[in-house]
Structures are given as C-alpha cells and as structure tokens.
Design a protein around this ligand. Structure first.
Ligand code: BG6
Length: 479
C-alpha cells in the first residue's frame, strides 16, 4: 500500500531533528515501503531539491553512523515540498491537487503530521476538512497531533470537539513521545509476559512507587513557551501520568489499542482528587536558581521548574500505596526511572548483627542507561549473618545490540499502520488535565505552598528531600 506523510511545520526543528531521521531509518531497515512519499508544508519557500539538500545535512548529523549516501539517494527521491500557510484556504486546495499529482493511485493512505505551533492545530484541522483532505473514501486519512494538546481541560475539550467535527477518533493520533520509548513499551513486557512480578505488583507487597523524570537541561531559549506552561503542563499532564498509567494499569485482555487505552483510562479515573490541605501537603514546588535571569522570563515569575506530586489510586490493587511523581529541569543528570519499592520483610531474623534492609526494589530505567535492576539482600561473604544489597542488572541497550530506536520511529510506523495503542485517546487527555488543573489553580492561589529555589545541578530543592523524609521514605537516586 502507498503512504504519503504530510508534515505541517516542515521547516521546524522537530522535522529535521526527529521526524525525517526516523523515517529515513525506517526506510533503511526496509520497514517503510518504497512507494511512501514525504511532503513538507510550511510558509518558507523551497524547491523540492533545496529541501532535500537541507534534510540531507540534518539527517546525516542526527543519524550519525547510520547514514548511507546510496540509501539516502533512494529515500530522498520521494521527498517533496509544498509551500503553504495554514491560514490560507487556497493553499490547502493546491496541496490537495499536489498530493493527487504525486500519488501513483488514488488509494494511497495519508498521515498528516501537525508539527506546527499548537495555536494552529485547530485551524489546520478545519482547513484539511474544508479542502476534502480528511475524506477517507479511497485511502485512510490520519492526523498526528504533537503535544501540548490544550493548555488545560477546557482548551483540550474544545480542541477535541473541533477535531471530532472533521476526523473520527480512530483517525486521530495524539503523540506522547514517551510512549514510543522502547523501555516504556518494555514495561508491558515485564509486567504482562512474566508470571513472577504480577502476583506481587499490588498493595500487599508494594510500599510505594517513585517515578522520576530528571533533566540536566534548563529551559534554554524556550522561555516564551515554558514560562506559561511550567513543569506540570510540560511534563506531568503527559509523560509522568503516562508512566504512572502503564505502571498501575490492569492487564488488558489483548494488546489492542482500545483495550490498552481502556485500562489506562481506568487508572486516571481512580486517581484520588486532591482537596483542601492536600495541595500543600502532597506537593512540592521548586524553581532553579537562575530561572528568573533566563532571557524572556518575567522578573517575578512563579513558574515551577521542579515538582513532586504524591498521588493515590483508589482501587483494589493500589489503595493507599503512594505514587511519588517527581520531575525537574536543571538537575544533576538526565534520568527517567520508575522504582517499585517493595515492603520490608515482616521480621528480620538477623537481629543486631545487621542493619535494617532497605527492602527489595525493582528499578525500571527508561533512560539513559536503559534497563531493569532488581535490588535484593544477600549475605556478605565470609561474614557472620550480615546482609547487604546486591543487584541483578539487565541492560536493554546491550540486549538490543547497541541501537535502541528513537521513539519517533515506532510512533510514525504505528500511525502509518493504524495502531493507536501508543497514542493518547481524547478521554485520556481530558482526564489527565482534570488531575493537573486543580493543582495548577491551587499553586496560583494565595494558599499556594512555598516555591523553593534550588541550586542548578543538584537534586531539586532540599525541601523535597526533607519532605520525603517526612513521608518516612527516601528518594532513590542513581546519578
Ligand atoms: C518534552 C518537553 O515533551 O519532553 C521538554 O516539552 C522535555 O521540556 C522533553 O525536555 C523531555 O524528553 P526526553 O525524551 O528528552 O526525556
């Protein structure tokens, strides 16, 4: 089957850094059919050949050792450029004519990738509809929408409503690139292809769960976006809640997009709503010390660059097991990990001869040292009955032969093949906003908990460490 991938926002960073390199790698691996075409659309004026040349340079840079001139030559024959402005209806009519002219038959499927400014999503969708580009009588028509999907519940609902006027839900692919990460998908395998973890994956054995997405980077030149967004909108509403859903969900009957997403959505339904004093006692807010000096950030900005949330799932599996979600910019290293902290043994036999064990931990390292570690107690050799923590260590990266594909490879191929399991559904996005919105409102109210400043390059505010001690737990750090 022939496919056409139309990228709106073609001159943007995401196209050159992620999308085209991902498509190139899939082509090189013979997974993208030769008959596939890529069409870039943006306001800049390029000739086809000019755009190909500029993509060649960026692709060579981003795929590194995987670049091969002959493969690129074959791949780039099917790259085209069509100048167009999302606000100009005539540009969509001419795009429709152009697409018809390059597709070999009228049954080609089309994926429209919206990689534009989010303010343009709605307009782009409406224009696609008006130009007849959403009509899937002959071939499939799908639309991929980048994050952020709305800025709160009301805007997400309005956007869903508007899109549903043009595309059916099964044609809509809302991206959360964390779901494209191999190690995130490996959580499904770990949980549902093994019998040894699932029996203890519940409140009877698990003390708590820690989900950390730490970034060394600061906001760079993104102040315009970041200062109105902050860490809850930028990271929690999407990536952290996605990681929590996959960790907490029940096994679906099959690995099928409707069933997987049904189970994820049930987790969101079960998250206990914060009220009253919860906003102060169950959250920590921070801002890295150089934030107010970043270009474009207002001098008194209250925007958080670090946050901790303590969430509970009120259901049979997880009742009263805290899920600690933590993310920050300007931290000491880049790491994403999920730690399942099991309860301590009920009674330690080895009395005064040993320290109290920290309990067993399963650490799912999403990045950068992709893998899984199981921490458990063993006897210190040649000692009396003393124990210490040892680790079983599985490296996902080594097991993959050293190349873990970028998230966009998987997500683009899934959209082309019509598998929406790793994309967010409309109800999922709205429920996630319903969890985050009240926290943002409380943080902007006079009763907001204090905004702690923290030194860049460390582990967020010291108050977060103290707060965790007050929870009678400690953060598991692996930098
Ligand atoms: C994006 C956020 O969605 O994810 C960025 O907007 C963040 O602020 C990025 O840096 C992190 O993604 P990754 O894949 O580098 O962990």
């Amino acid at each position: 089957m022939a496919h056409t991938i139309v990228i709106f926002g073609a001159s943007g960073d995401l196209t050159s850094r992620k999308l085209v390199p991902a498509l190139y790698r899939m082509f090189a691996k013979n997974r993208l059919p030769e008959s596939s075409r890529i069409v870039g659309v943006s306001r800049s004026q390029f000739e086809h050949q000019q755009w190909r040349e500029s993509l060649r340079t960026s692709t060579e840079k981003f795929v590194g050792k995987f670049f091969d001139a002959e493969t690129w030559a074959a791949f780039s024959e099917n790259i085209f450029y069509h100048p167009g402005d999302i606000k100009t209806p005539a540009d969509f009519t001419s795009l429709a004519t152009f697409l018809d002219s390059i597709e070999s038959d009228n049954s080609a499927g089309r994926v429209y990738y919206l990689s534009t400014m989010p303010q343009l999503y709605e307009e782009a969708i409406q224009q696609l509809g008006k130009a007849g580009l959403a009509d899937d009588t002959n071939g499939y028509r799908r639309v991929i929408i980048e994050k952020p999907f709305g800025t709160d519940l009301a805007t997400a609902q309005a956007l869903n409503h508007s899109i549903h006027g043009v595309f059916r839900e099964d044609q809509i692919y809302r991206i959360d690139h964390y779901l494209g990460k191999e190690t995130v998908q490996n959580i499904f395998a770990l949980r549902f292809a093994n019998s040894i973890f699932e029996p203890i994956w519940n409140r009877n054995y698990v003390d708590h769960v820690q989900i950390t997405v730490a970034e060394e980077v600061e906001i760079g030149r993104r102040a315009g976006y970041y200062d109105t967004s902050g860490i809850l909108r930028d990271m929690f509403q999407n990536h952290l809640l996605q990681l929590m859903m996959i960790t907490a969900m029940e096994p679906p009957a099959r690995y099928d997009s409707a069933l997987v997403r049904d189970e994820k959505v049930k987790v969101l339904h079960s998250i206990r709503k914060m009220t009253g004093g919860d906003f102060a006692s169950n959250t920590v807010r921070g801002q890295y010390d150089g934030y107010l000096k970043e270009e474009g950030v207002p001098a008194n900005s209250p925007t958080e660059t670090f946050a901790v949330l303590k969430l509970y799932c009120d259901n049979w599996r997880w009742k009263d097991v805290p899920f600690f979600l933590r993310s920050g910019k300007g931290m000491s290293c880049r790491t994403t990990q999920i730690v399942i902290q099991f309860k301590n043994v009920p009674h330690m036999l080895f009395g005064g001869k040993t320290r109290a064990p920290v309990g067993n931990r399963l650490v799912m390292q999403v990045q950068p040292a992709e893998g899984i570690q199981l921490h458990f107690e063993t006897k210190v050799p040649d000692s009396e009955m003393k124990t210490r923590t040892s680790t079983l260590d599985f490296s996902f990266n080594q097991a993959s032969g050293g190349e873990l594909p970028d998230a966009y490879q998987r997500l683009l191929m899934d959209a082309i093949q019509g598998d929406a399991s790793l994309f967010a559904r409309s109800d999922e996005v709205e429920l996630a906003w319903g969890i985050i919105d009240p926290i943002i409102s409380a943080w902007r109210s006079p009763a907001a908990p204090p905004l702690h400043s923290y030194e860049t390059g460390l582990w967020g505010p010291t108050e977060s460490t103290q707060w965790m001690e007050d929870q009678k737990r400690e953060w598991f750090d692996v930098c």
